[in-house]
Ligand binder design. Structure first.
Ligand code: CTP
Ligand code: MG
Length: 233
């Protein structure tokens, strides 16, 4: 299976509520170009990736199509409409991948600072283990609280990871898990969670502290600094 094709799904169908503003998150200007262009460029330049499916809100499809054409992201094979939750958006994206893609790699559009090095490492580990997510070991203690911010539980940081994308897995495992959940994907917060639920082994591999998710306006400033620094290096 080591040389089989990897299909990439880039979910970009969120509302971008926490970022605020009127521009959809994917199109927000970042270091001189729309945010999603940085994310797509990371896959466009990787030889081991041949097809990318972009998942967007239905109303953004035409605009995204134009952007993809203008920027010559030739690996983007389809731009499909997402769903009410991230998991539904990802499942729709996977369904639109070409049949020869036996491996799936999912990466948030909202993580524009991802490097070729991290993507390549995630693909390599996935091909060895079947399913992997990248992330960072938690440097801090995590507490779980109730609605009044009353502490309910203190977790030991040993053994806790903060999850990032890319996440990559065997497509047949994902298909198998999907048939078993039977349509109720809403509760799965990340891409491998449905595999875990179905009993497939999922490994964690080291992510990258600079692979931040653009969630708030402050993240946009950080991402801008990371990208500009990289380009001037
Ligand atoms: N996403 C998606 N479909 C959804 C929800 C999220 O494709 N129904 C995507 C987002 O576009 C983003 C990634 O999943 O690239 C991670 O989600 P998040 O950072 O939460 O982005 P948004 O959902 O857009 O932001 P917010 O939660 O602030 O509205
Ligand atoms: Mg969200």
């Amino acid at each position: 299976m080591a040389h089989e094709a990897v299909g990439v799904v880039v979910p970009a169908a969120g509302r971008g509520e926490r970022l605020g503003g009127r521009t959809a998150k994917a199109f927000v200007p970042l270091a001189g170009r729309p945010l999603v262009c940085h994310t797509l460029a990371a896959f466009q330049r990787l030889p081991q990736v041949s097809s990318v499916v972009l998942v967007v809100r239905a109303g953004d499809r035409a605009r995204m199509q134009q952007l993809v054409r203008r920027e010559r992201f030739t690996k983007v094979r389809a731009i499909v409409a997402g769903g009410p939750s991230r998991a539904v958006s990802v499942a729709r994206g996977v369904a639109a991948l070409p049949a020869q893609a036996r491996w799936v790699l999912v990466h948030d559009a909202a993580r524009p600072c991802v490097t070729s090095r991290l993507i390549t490492a995630v693909i390599q580990h996935a091909k060895r283990h079947g399913a992997v997510a990248c992330g960072l070991r938690s440097p801090v203690t995590v507490k779980a609280v109730d609605e009044q911010d009353q502490v309910r539980l203190t977790l030991d940081r040993e053994g806790l990871w903060l999850i990032q994308t890319p996440q990559a897995f065997r497509r047949d495992w994902f298909a198998d898990a999907l048939t078993r959940v039977n349509g109720t994907l809403e509760g799965f917060p990340d891409d491998v969670a449905v595999l875990e639920w179905a009993g497939f082994p999922v490994r964690m591999v080291p992510g990258d502290p600079l692979n931040i998710k653009v969630t708030t306006p402050e993240d946009l400033l950080l991402a801008e600094a990371i990208l500009r620094n990289r380009h001037s290096a």
